[in-house]
Every structure is written in C-alpha cells, then in structure tokens.
Design a protein around this ligand. Sequence first.
Ligand code: GLY
Length: 370
Amino acid sequence: MHQTVNVELGERSYNVEIGPDLLAQSGARISPLLQRPKVAVVTDENVAALHLDALREGLNAAGVEMSALALPAGEATKSWPHFERTVEWLLAEKVERRDVVVALGGGVIGDLVGFAAAVLRRGVRFVQIPTSLLAQVDSSVGGKTGINAPQGKNLIGAFHQPSLVLADTSVLGTMTERDFLSGYGEVVKYGLLGDADFFEWLEANGSAVSSGDMASRVRAVTRSVQMKADIVARDETEQGDRALLNLGHTFCHALEAATGYSDRLLHGEGVAIGCALAFELSSRLGLCSQEDPSRVRAHLRAMGMKTDLTDIPGELPGAAPLVELMAQDKKVVDGQLRFILARGIGQAFVTADVPREAVFSVLEDALQTA
Ligand code: GLY
C-alpha cells in the first residue's frame, strides 16, 4: 500500500513516502541520510503525547537515537520567541552541519522547524513527518518554511526543501473529524485546480477517505502530493504556476482575517469555501458553466464540510470590507486583485484581471444566501 512521490528538483530532489505505519519504519527510512545515528526531533505537546513514543521506537529499531523538544501546540508557536527557543535548543543539542533535524507535527511545526533548519549553521537538512492531513498534502511538501510576524502570516521565512517526507497515513486516525475535513479542503482543491478525474474520484470515494479506509486515504494523499510535486518542480519559488496552489486562498485569507484567525474558521475550511466562491466568480465571468460551482458545493455539502459563508458562525463584515481585506493580501501585486479562476473543474489559471465589482457582487450574494 506504500507509495513514493519524487519531488524533482535536481540536486535537491527528495521522496515523499506515503502509507500506513511509517513511524514504525522511520529509522530504516531516515538512516540512509545520517552520518551518525542520532536525530533532533521538534514537535508540539499534543503530537508528542500521541506519536513521539512510536517515533522513538521506530528510530531505535534501526539503532537511531533521538532527543526531542515539544513546543506548545497552536498557531501562536509560529513566532520569533519559539523560533529562537528552537534554534537555541538545536545548538544546545550540538546539531552539526551534516546532521538531520526532524519536524514531527502539523503545518505550524513543519514551517517553524523547516525555517530553523534553513538558518541553523547556514542550513542543515531536515525531514518532515507531517501528522495532519493538511500538512501531508500541502505544507510538508515544497519547501516553504517560516513564521508569522505581527504584520501578517508567513511574512518571515525561506525556501528550504526537506530531504525526505514521511506521510504516515495511520496517524490521521488520531485527528478530530473537523481537523480532518479541514485538511480535506486542500485535497479537493487539487482536483478542482488540475485533475477533473481526481475530483470525480473524490465525489465517489470522499466518504471512504473520511471514514478511515486506508487504501482510499493513501490514494487521496498520493494524488494530492503528486500534483503538488509536479507544480513545485515546474516553479519552485512561485514565479508562475505555483500560484495555482492558491485556488480559493484569496477569499480564504480575507475570511481568516475577518474571523480573527480564530477557531471560527480553520484554514482548510476557508480554502473549501474559497474554492466554491472562486468557481462562482468564474461562472459569473462566463469562464465556466453554471453547473460547476453547484457541483463543487454539492461535494463539500455531501462531505459535511463548511461550504457557504453562512456556515461560518458569528457575524461577518459586509462585502466591501471583505474585498478590502483581499486587497491587503500579500499576494496582491501592484494593487491588483490576483485570483485563481477556472475554465471548468480541473482547469484553473492565474489572473490579475478580475473586476472588483464582480468579486463584490459574488460576496454580497453569498452573504445574503441564508
Ligand atoms: N501552500 C502553497 C504552496 O506551497 O505554494
């Protein structure tokens, strides 16, 4: 059932291994990278309680020792103070240039530890062991690392590719349903942006994926990672095609800002709603058929996911302030709203040519549809 996806980046190419029980095999899989049988692991307290023993056993089985630092769980950890603590701990552990650092956790840990590895001794190698669906299909692959600044999310960071990613699909069984479905928002995004057959497969098999069928989970993660790997190989530093991965994200970022980056809206939930809105906008601009946004929304609904703006608890600002929040997104270039739109399911493209009035009217109608 195990799959391997290669991220093709010349000398910096690496494998993403996907399948059940990879923690148990971590020592055997990481050993080929090691100059000495020891790794420094950074994780968070929640993940440590669930998975650190399994990782230790997996490493020890191949004679690899580990030391571990467990940071507080949550987005607030992606900040200078915890970054400083991590770098100083790695130095205190005497991590050397040829050693390997392991990031065990979700997107927060992967981003922070990847950035620490990027700057420690001017760059040490690191291995991602993503433990959330979102991290397995998105943030652990592609080398974007960093922390948040008071001025905004992910404003401080570096491109630093991992040397190996171990996506253990067994650990997804410990996720809450809400967190799992939030990550599934990113899975759906891949079908919508570039693979209509995959979207069709998700329509038929999404419930098996969410209910824990392992073969379906492996297939969903593998296809998502393959698509990300292909895009990253074409455009590592987001000069062009990599922006396709931001389908749904312009709406999502505005909604996250409007809800104060709180528990009211998880990132993947915002991506799913954002994808539905991006297809609605595409349809109104005459780019895709009217059936496409309905089909997107039908699948999200069938999965029990947040689908519409009205599914977000609490008050939202009006359409005008939401458009204003979009205009502040860091992906805005020269004040132009940059969107990922679609000519159909699986046919997304990047454009800066979107009239604000069209965005406004999509949001205004979405806010009113109770
Ligand atoms: N999460 C978007 C990217 O990696 O480019």
